[in-house]
Design a protein around this ligand. Structure first.
Ligand SMILES: *Cc1c(COP(=O)(O)O)cnc(C)c1O
Length: 358
């Protein structure tokens, strides 16, 4: 049995804290579909306040009902304004395609390794949206990370957006849900659509209570997560056989490349790390559609992944508030043992620290 588990698969793997659990146990609830659940109202108002929008709506998932036309993004998470403009569909004469009504940005941008979009860029896209009579939505699944990293308040970051979705179950650490915010009339419409999609949840205050605690407890910890991510990124980049573009680690996500000619594929490295209790995500591997289900606590999670040959060099690491500095050092030393004979000063130092701290 493993004595230690460091779960770096995602910022969605955190467990609710004691404070969240007790807030759930004592939450004041009523039927939210009738619009009378006090705790959901409380949470929605709080997120609206933080984002500087009129109103908010708690949804079971931030991915409810979206149709999109993706535009290729740059490495820093931005899309070229020209490319966005070229993708805007004119309603006239285009019977077969939906009319473009909305531009969506994601901040921070997960697939680029958690890169942050600047206020200037967002405002620039907003100008384009205005020029074409479109609305601007920000997928702010990790907007608190995007705010903490450059130290720009959330309400300024999303000022130019008509609507924002804020995921509470990522780095914020709530058990479930997102809140979408926007104008009062937009949220009134969203409330109807949410019900249409089967998203009306009666005593939803129970999960909102935990989310409220998560907001209060964990947003302030994100900066620490970012610092730890940087330290880990630097440590890993020192290991011969691995490469991390440390400069681009702006928030809590680290993309690690296994360099060509290295002894490991991502699959082998993944397995090796899991044997030491360190869980990461092999990028490019996909989850088996037939999930094994019912995994026991100490079962290998290896079996859920379907590794494919094309992406055998990339893994992803995500920090969150339940990863301590000592976990970071332990993780670094686990990577180091996988690449023996490639020791260097930094890695040796981390190993020594691990011995003293554990
Ligand atoms: C997680 C996530 C969402 C949706 O969040 P839910 O967990 O479904 O509420 C939306 N966009 C991005 C980029 C995300 O990472």
């Amino acid at each position: 049995m493993l004595s230690r588990r460091v779960d770096l698969r995602s910022d969605t793997v955190t467990k609710p804290t004691e404070a969240m659990r007790s807030a759930m146990a004592t939450a004041e609830v009523d039927d939210d579909v009738l619009g009378v659940d006090p705790t959901s109202f409380w949470l929605e108002s709080e997120v609206a306040k933080i984002t500087g929008k009129e109103d908010g709506l708690f949804v079971s998932s931030g991915t409810m009902g979206v149709h999109s036309r993706p535009v290729k993004n740059n490495e820093d998470g931005t899309m070229d304004i020209d490319s966005i403009e070229a993708a805007i569909r004119d309603s006239r004469g285009e019977l077969l395609y939906p009319t473009t009504r909305l531009i969506c940005l994601e901040n921070s941008h997960a697939n680029s390794g958690g890169r942050c979009l600047s206020v200037e860029y967002t405002d620039g896209v907003s100008e384009l949206a205005k020029k074409h009579g479109l609305k601007l939505h920000i997928d702010g699944a990790r907007i608190f990370n995007a705010s903490a990293a450059p130290g720009v308040p959330v309400n300024r970051l999303v000022q130019a957006a008509d609507s924002v979705s804020v995921c509470l179950s990522k780095g914020v650490g709530a058990p479930v849900g997102s809140v979408i915010v926007g104008s009062k009339s937009f949220i009134a419409k969203a409330r109807i659509l949410r019900k249409t999609l089967g998203g009306g949840m009666r005593r939803v205050g129970f999960i909102c209570a935990a989310a409220f605690v998560a907001l209060k407890e964990n947003v302030k910890k994100l900066e620490g997560d970012h610092k730890k991510a940087k330290v880990l990124a630097e440590g890993l980049n020192q290991i011969k056989g691995l490469r991390v573009d440390v400069e681009t680690v702006e928030t809590n996500i680290i993309n690690v490349d296994i360099v060509e000619g290295s002894k490991f594929t991502a699959e082998q490295l993944y397995k090796n790390l899991e044997e030491h209790g360190v869980l990461v995500v092999p990028r490019g591997a996909i989850q088996h559609s037939e999930s094994p289900g019912g995994l026991n606590k100490n079962d290998s999670i290896y079996q859920i992944w379907k590794f494919n040959g094309t992406y055998q060099t990339k893994i992803r690491i995500v920090l969150h508030h339940q990863i301590s500095s000592s976990d970071v050092q332990y993780t670094s030393s686990c990577f180091q043992q996988a690449f023996p004979g490639c020791k260097n000063k930094m890695a040796t130092k981390l190993e020594t620290d691990t011995l003293t701290i554990r």
